[in-house]
Design a protein around this ligand. Structure first.
Ligand SMILES: NC(=O)c1ccc[n+]([C@@H]2O[C@H](COP(=O)([O-])OP(=O)(O)OC[C@H]3O[C@@H](n4cnc5c(N)ncnc54)[C@H](O)[C@@H]3O)[C@@H](O)[C@H]2O)c1
Length: 439
């Protein structure tokens, strides 16, 4: 049985059953949520403390509903009963249904309004990366989630990549000691900017879209305090060379650690890589430590396969079978699995832990336990969102004819302070301190 706290937490499922609401039915729904939800509905999700959880896609919200209907027409039998809500007020309609939790996979500048409505309605929320685009938005969601007694989490599936888990394990165990510097690169194909996102690409940049994976990896793996952010980029392919839509970006973050030492990280991203690139995306990292070097390359860890007439367009030559692969299992059935789906299952189990794994009177204790998981809690996303906000503001000024701004974090004047070349006064973007320990 569920507790009705002095909050608006509205969970009303039977014990062991969770009804999922989905906002946004685009590419990432199709890649990860759809296969996860279909498998979960068929086989259940198992948690050692709870047993079997029944999970069903109960309602979806999107702009026009066309992709929801396309999915309904192709969904496996028994999966097509969901309510489809469309604009205007698609999210409002969805929240009037009996969903217990809502996943938000809309374009990144539309996460905030939907997430606020979901939390305000007393439902748990999982938001695709980047969670939100400013610290003011983050503060609003974190405060509201506390008031309403629900979870507010963000999807960072790269933390579930076995290679990144190993990196962090070596850091936690002090085998790799004190990071000094590093670089990461993630290059998306032109089809992302040219067709997949053409509807919402204007004024956007690939840094916010994908560098955020590595911003979180660095923040979560190495800890420390964010000190400064700088960024530049290129234009002229997706939009005009003097416009505000970016082809590629180069971001630099500087972190400080308790021993007065610093590390710098460069993250290069693009969404104009030729579509005949041998892999779907290019992802490479290098981190240098006092006593070692970590090199990771997501394509070169894997296989190369050439098929006449198919590669590298319909099929890619190098594939990431760890993220999200379709397989015929050795024991018979077909499956779709990988860390892109595992991260969603984990969130379902976290909601189930709060709602089902003990006495109603102890719900608040369980809620706090799950909120303490810093890998996905919105409250622990501060330095990531600070970097995203700084990058967005720097690129906005660059597009307006003022390149090479830098943002200092936890400066004398405020939490996020922008310095423009030639300006006599800095501009405070966010007043409160960014990192909790910044004082
Ligand atoms: N985890 C990952 O690796 C990964 C990969 C791709 C995308 N993403 C994230 O997922 C999100 C969506 O990306 P996508 O590739 O699926 O985009 P997409 O453009 O393919 O789909 C967006 C969906 O949102 C819906 N939508 C737009 N505005 C809406 C609104 N106001 N209310 C309700 N629905 C609305 C559209 O109808 C569409 O169904 C982005 O935040 C992106 O960063 C994550």
């Amino acid at each position: 049985m569920f507790v009705r706290m002095n909050t608006k937490a509205q969970i009303n499922s039977d014990a062991g059953r969770l009804r999922v609401g989905m906002v946004g039915m685009g590419m990432i729904f199709d890649e990860t949520y759809r296969p996860f939800l279909e498998t979960a509905a068929r086989d259940g999700v198992f948690d050692p403390a709870i047993g079997r959880l029944d999970v069903e896609l109960s309602a979806v919200a999107s702009r026009t509903g066309s992709r929801a209907e396309a999915y309904r027409n192709n969904a496996p039998s028994g999966h097509a009963k969901f309510l489809s809500c469309v604009e205007p007020n698609a999210v409002g309609q969805l929240l009037e249904s009996d969903v217990d939790l809502v996943c938000i996979a809309t374009p990144d500048d539309r996460h905030f309004e939907a997430a606020r409505a979901v939390i305000d309605a007393g439902k748990h929320v999982l938001i695709e990366k980047p969670s939100v685009l400013s610290l003011a938005e983050l503060d609003t969601l974190v405060d509201l989630a506390k008031q309403r007694g629900v979870l507010a989490k963000v999807v960072y599936h790269k933390l579930f990549d076995p290679d990144h888990k190993k990196l962090r394990t070596l850091v936690v165990d002090d085998v790799l000691q004190h990071v000094n510097s590093g670089y990461c690169t993630l290059l998306e194909p032109k089809q992302i900017s040219g067709s997949q996102f053409s509807e919402w690409i204007t004024g956007r940049n690939p840094g916010t879209y994908v560098a955020v994976h590595y911003i979180k990896l660095i923040d979560f793996t190495f800890g420390g305090r964010l000190l400064s952010v700088s960024c530049t980029g290129q234009r002229g392919i997706v939009g005009p060379a003097d416009g505000d839509t970016w082809d590629s970006t180069q971001l630099r973050m500087v972190y400080g650690y308790g021993d007065q030492r610093e590390a710098a990280f460069d993250i290069h991203t693009s969404w104009v890589t030729p579509d005949n690139f041998p892999g779907y995306v290019e992802q490479e990292v290098q981190f240098r430590f006092d006593n070692g070097v970590w090199n990771g390359h997501s394509r070169r860890r894997g296989v190369e396969c050439t098929v006449e007439g198919k590669t590298p367009h319909e099929m890619k030559i190098s594939m990431n079978n760890h993220y999200n692969g379709t397989f015929v299992e050795p024991f018979g059935p077909r499956s779709q699995r990988g860390y892109g789906l595992e991260v969603l299952e984990r969130f379902i189990r976290e909601v189930a832990h709060v709602e089902f794994s003990g006495e109603a009177a102890d719900r608040t204790t369980r809620l706090e336990q799950v909120r303490a998981l810093t890998y996905n809690d919105l409250a622990a996303d501060r330095q990531v969102v600070a970097t995203v906000q700084a990058m967005e503001e720097i690129l906005k000024r660059h597009a307006a004819g003022l390149p090479n701004c830098t943002v200092e974090v936890n400066a004398e004047q405020g939490g996020l302070v922008l310095y423009a070349p030639g300006a006599s006064q800095p501009e405070v973007l966010y007043q409160p301190a960014v990192s909790q320990d910044a004082g």
